[in-house]
Write a protein that binds this ligand. Structure first.
Ligand SMILES: *Cc1c(COP(=O)(O)O)cnc(C)c1O
Length: 388
């Protein structure tokens, strides 16, 4: 054995020093556990902890009440006929693509789509065609362009795309495109429509049937106050047999899920946080108010929000020539912003970024938001200090 004791030592005390900081990372804000979930962590932390009474199907487990959660609560929450637990939003997208499309088929998606949407298509051996965004400064998706791109695929290949995907909102700018209009176009063309709600399901009220979406995916660790990896997938009933077809040999095992998905702590935290999540989505207007307030205040400091304005989501993308200029004079260079914020107890902006970065104000208190704005206020003053 070549692993040294000295190497092993560091694994015996894996603490997370940033735990108490104000964290602005959009990836992390919506995944902070509810107090109800945090309370029961220990009891369910061991591997396969939910399988005490499993008869072979995760979604049929009655104790803990996964069956009721998957088959009653989730479809109601997502606005779909049927639902399942996945290991993440990307696994949900891959499952849908892999199940409904054939090698070489096209998926049409927005240019703001997450990388995992593209990779899910690649893994399913599909081709991708993008609906472009409007470019700087708003980067909006005009969903009417979906019709054009669907036609282009049809003209080129003789076939309609196997799937249309819309990111709602996207993870770069936090833009919320007109999903209803996209759903209408898909209905007119009779092309299945997948709504990627990784940044919406669990943050805001969202109902797939309002958009005529055939499928919707959400991310537990991103937006549903759950330890990951975990996700949710909702679909119309007509797709049940395609998505969840069973193994010939293992009659109760669903093939596209490799038989079973989240089989431990991850699904427990998702369920334990659900009452909290169900309540919080009703108050998303508060989150928009805070995001707009933040955007305005740091806009006054020369840090400008790109993407839709006024903004409708807590994820915001910023541009600042001023912070970039400071980085060119500061002794810590481009790492100055990260380091100055950290001094004030704030993390979550990627180390090294100054000119462009994203952050989220989700679930921060007014007091915390004020603290962050004040921190940026101090940081832009470094402009003078650095001046020679
Ligand atoms: C984060 C993100 C994902 C990936 O979510 P996972 O649950 O980690 O797979 C997918 N799409 C968008 C838009 C995202 O922001």
């Amino acid at each position: 054995m070549k692993i040294q004791n000295s190497q092993l030592e560091k694994f015996k005390n894996l603490h997370r020093k940033s735990f108490k900081f104000i964290n602005l990372d959009p990836l992390q804000r919506g995944g902070i556990l509810s107090k109800e979930a945090r309370k029961i962590l220990d009891e369910w932390a061991d591997g396969y902890s939910v399988c005490d009474y499993c008869g072979g199907c995760l979604d049929k487990i009655k104790n803990p009440p996964i069956e009721e959660f998957v088959h009653e609560i989730l479809p109601e929450f997502l606005g779909t006929d049927i639902a399942r637990i996945t290991n993440g939003a990307r696994e949900g997208k891959f499952l849908v693509m892999h199940a409904i499309a054939k090698e070489g088929d096209y998926v049409v998606m927005d240019q703001n789509a997450h990388y995992s949407s593209y990779i899910a298509a690649e893994r399913s051996r599909l081709k991708v065609k993008f609906v472009p965004n409007s470019g700087y400064p708003e980067f909006k998706i005009n969903v009417d362009d979906y019709a054009k791109v669907i036609d282009e695929v049809k003209n080129k290949t003789g076939k309609f795309p196997a799937l249309v995907l819309l990111t709602y909102p996207d993870g770069s700018y936090g833009n919320l495109p007109d999903a209803k209009a996209a759903g209408k176009i898909c209905k007119d063309y009779n092309v299945p429509f997948l709504l990627n709600g990784a940044y919406s399901v669990g943050r805001m009220e969202i109902n797939a049937s309002d958009f005529n979406a055939d499928f919707i995916v959400g991310s537990g660790h991103k937006s549903m106050a759950a330890s990951g990896p975990i996700g949710v997938l909702g679909a119309k009933k007509i797709y049940e047999e395609i998505l969840f077809r069973k193994s010939e040999r293992y009659k109760i095992k669903e093939i596209e899920q490799l038989g079973c998905t989240a089989r431990g702590l991850t699904v427990i935290t998702l369920m334990a946080s659900f009452p909290h999540v169900y309540e919080r989505v009703k108050h998303y207007d508060e989150e928009i108010r805070k995001a707009r307030y933040f955007s305005e205040k740091i806009g006054n400091l020369g840090i400008n929000q790109l993407g839709e304005k006024p903004h409708n989501h807590d994820l915001m993308f910023f541009e600042s020539q001023k912070l970039f200029e400071i980085s060119q004079k500061h002794k810590q260079g481009r790492f100055f912003l990260y380091s100055e914020l950290k001094k004030q107890g704030i993390i979550g902006i990627k180390p090294g970024l100054t000119k462009n970065f994203k952050l989220s104000t989700y679930a921060l208190s007014d007091e915390e938001i004020k603290k962050v704005i004040d921190a940026f206020g101090e940081i832009v003053k470094l402009d003078q200090l650095c001046a020679k």
